[in-house]
Ligand binder design. Structure first.
Ligand code: S3P
Length: 175
């Protein structure tokens, strides 16, 4: 049985890498945010706006517990998932956890280009965004770094590099 959970900051490429990794290993892929949106028939941004972040974190925890029972699966989590409750301990108990690590400057670039609506960074200027990433990454790093594996993906910005990342990830996981 193989179960892999990818964690890391918003814009780290968890979904892109997760989907490709699952395909390469013949596993099922799930994105936790999408799973929440499908189960609750609401966008994550709407849950944040209508019910607040605390409510979202509770749903996120419950849906993580549902998903992380499935077998032969790759799960990409939200950027905040490992940083609340005992989620990171639970993930480590259930799966091979991988932290996709990137520098704040690269994350900022990815998030600026991103088309996804992310409630935590909505309406921020470029300077504000970079400062926000630096501050929150400092707070989140102690959680992210508890993953069983860490992979620096700073260089991943085109398909060739995605393929290299998948190769490195498979070597790291021995799969
Ligand atoms: C969040 C990251 C988002 C989503 C929500 C909160 C966070 O997921 O779960 O907007 O706290 O970092 P992505 O990392 O997939 O953008």
């Amino acid at each position: 049985m193989t179960r892999i959970i990818l964690i890391g900051y918003m814009g780290a490429g968890k979904t892109t890498i997760g989907r490709q990794l699952a395909m390469a290993l013949g596993l099922q892929f799930y994105d936790l945010d999408w799973y929440i949106e499908t189960r609750y028939h609401k966008k994550v941004s709407e849950i944040f706006a209508e019910q607040g972040e605390e409510h979202f974190r509770d749903l996120e925890r419950r849906m993580l517990h549902e998903l992380a029972e499935f077998e032969d699966i790759v799960i990409s989590c939200g950027g905040g998932t490992p940083c609340y409750y005992d989620n990171i301990q639970y993930m480590n108990q259930q799966a091979e956890t991988v932290y996709l690590k990137l520098d704040p400057e690269v994350l900022c670039m990815h998030l600026k280009m991103g088309r996804t609506v992310r409630p935590l960074i909505l309406g921020k200027s470029e300077d504000e965004l970079l400062q926000y990433i630096k501050d929150s990454l400092r707070e989140r790093e102690p959680f992210y770094s508890q993953a069983k594996h860490t992979l620096d993906v700073s260089l991943m910005d085109n398909y060739e590099k995605i393929a290299i990342t998948i190769k490195l990830l498979r070597e790291e996981l021995g799969l």
